[in-house]
Design a protein around this ligand. Sequence first.
Ligand code: PRT
Ligand code: ZN
Length: 210
Amino acid sequence: MLRIAIQKSGRLYEDSVQLLKECGIDLRNVKDRLRTEADNFPLEVFFLRDDDIPQYVEDGVADIGIVGENVLFEKNKQAEVVEKLGFGKCRLSVAVPRGQQYEGVTSLQGKRIATSYPFLVNTFLAKNNVQAEIHEISGSVEIAPGIGLADVVADLVSSGSTLFMNGLKEVETILQSQSVLIKNNQLSAAQQQLLDKLLFRIRAVKKAKR
Ligand code: PRT
Ligand code: ZN
């Protein structure tokens, strides 16, 4: 039996369930259940918060998982990416108030940055030799400059409309992200065989969509 962790609800939920269905895996009554077993494939599905998925896969509580690269890299856990899945695309970007002058990363020196991604932002700042103050907040990051909590933000962007509505402009991309399938580093041979079978189907589904 292979155990997969997917998001319980949120932006990745529909696409994750849809992908399994397109792989011919029968998940009945998935709504509002925390775990379920497929009828026609030795797969057990755990529904979790996306933030917890890298840890569960590292620990081997789940064998594989579907999560955004943004979360995977932020959590910095030991789990191997086996396949990019092509959905949940977004980018982690730095945005500054629209009226503010911006002349490259050095403009971030000494600034207060609001973000839910302190590890990725710190790594980015260190790489660019910039010292700034990170204010970790877990949601509604875009309003931080407007209410005086921070000077700039680093948050996920897809269409850009949230930044626009909050009077911010995107100035740096820290990470391009999409959903990926990850696996525990110590799968048994039997589990790896099941994963290979699933992966074969996933690749066929992706190919058919191209
Ligand atoms: O409850 P749980 O912890 O599981 O979910 P969550 O609330 O942490 O995450 P959720 O469901 O919002 O997002 C899950 C994943 O979807 C993220 O980790 C990303 O990998 C991916 N994703 C793709 C996005 C976006 N696009 C996105 N646009 N996640 C969030 N956003 C937010 C962003 O934070 C900002 O507030 O949407 C807003 C910006 O969108 P635009 O279109 O206005 O630019
Ligand atoms: Zn989350």
